[in-house]
Design a protein around this ligand. Structure first.
Ligand code: ZN
Length: 342
């Protein structure tokens, strides 16, 4: 089969469009003929290499897959050959206490398609049967592939961890990112008031179309000052963080008393400062969030099928141009998802 393969970590040009062996499925797995694979920041980290993580090489990246079932293992009972499918990105043991309690994103063996195992930047990918999600018929393959990773991440942050409530004020950083554009829709779905930030007015207008109530251009405005102005000095109940060092202080200072900051990443760096007096006297909560559960993703897919949540596709590249797609995502000029069409 044709696939995007890298033999060493590095810049986008390590990604080669080449021949690779078709995956062999196990009895509890399916083989999916990939139609589209959406990119995530995770793909950039995996390609560049992560400290203390040894990714098996050569490697096929890609976590967000839509396609058709091409083959099923002997034990597979819930999907048929030819059926359209979206894959949940998280692959777990399915047997530990965390998995059995439905908290499969806490499984010690948790990985994603395209992370410690081969992913979907290829004509075929193998995945466990339990990763097959119902296909939302209202979406194209490119749109469907844009849903899983960022929507499960944003859902777990806002619903699973921060427990957002109707009427609350939510600050969402980086509205142009996949997580940001998903978080705006989820926060609005729960009846929150959304303040979104982005680095250009063009992106802010798109955030507004997704439902954001207030907009902050973080290149020309100071986030904490604008939040104070918009909330009449009160601050917000929830901050959705994934930017890291560059925005950390603004995020903390934007919280109202008893506010919750939930973070799923640190694209600009891991170093963060915290004044403990501020943490306890204002009774703040700092919440870490990692991916999402398959159960949450099933809920997300229902809301996608009913049109309540919508994929945001920025640009589609052919699979062979994965290197260009990575470089484009690295430039942060996108609003929403960058997708490879297979
Ligand atoms: Zn497990």
């Amino acid at each position: 089969m044709k696939a995007i393969v890298f033999h060493q970590h590095g810049a986008p040009d390590v990604l080669k469009y080449t021949d690779a062996p078709e995956p062999t499925i196990r009895p509890n797995e399916v083989l999916v003929r990939v139609k589209a694979c959406a990119l995530n920041h995770l793909d950039l980290w995996v390609r560049q290499g992560l400290p203390n993580v040894s990714i098996p090489l050569p490697h096929i990246p890609g976590s967000d897959v839509s396609g058709e079932i091409a083959q099923i293992g002997a034990d597979v009972t819930t999907v048929r050959i030819g059926q359209k499918v979206v894959l949940a990105p998280g692959v777990t043991c399915g047997k530990c206490a965390a998995c059995l309690s439905g908290q499969d994103n806490r499984c010690r063996q948790f990985t994603n398609l395209g992370y410690m195992i081969d992913g979907g930047c290829a004509e075929f990918v193998r995945a466990p049967e339990v990763n097959c999600l119902p296909y939302p018929e209202n979406l194209s393959f490119e749109e469907a592939a844009s849903i899983p990773l960022v929507f499960q991440t944003a859902w777990h942050m806002l619903v699973g961890r921060a427990e957002v409530q109707p009427g609350e004020d939510v600050l969402i950083l980086g509205a142009g990112s996949g997580v940001g554009s998903a978080a705006i829709q989820i926060a609005k779905f729960f009846g929150a008031r959304v303040i979104a930030t982005a680095g250009s007015d063009e992106k802010l207008q798109k955030a507004k179309q997704l439902g954001a109530d207030h907009l902050i251009n973080h290149k020309t405005q100071k986030i904490r000052d604008e939040v104070r102005r918009i909330t009449s000095k009160r601050g917000v109940d929830v901050v959705v963080e994934h930017v890291g060092t560059a925005t950390w202080e603004d995020s903390l200072s934007s919280l109202a008393a008893s506010g919750r900051l939930v973070t799923c990443g640190a694209t600009t760096g891991y170093d963060a400062k915290l004044d403990l007096r501020f943490l306890f006297s204002r009774q703040l909560s700092l919440l870490g969030s990692y991916m999402g559960t398959k159960s949450e993703l099933h809920t997300v897919m229902k809301l996608v099928a009913s049109g309540s949540l919508k994929p945001v596709v920025d640009r589609v590249f052919p699979l062979a141009e994965a290197a260009a797609a990575h470089a484009y995502l690295e430039s942060s000029s996108q609003f929403g998802k960058v997708v490879l069409k297979v």
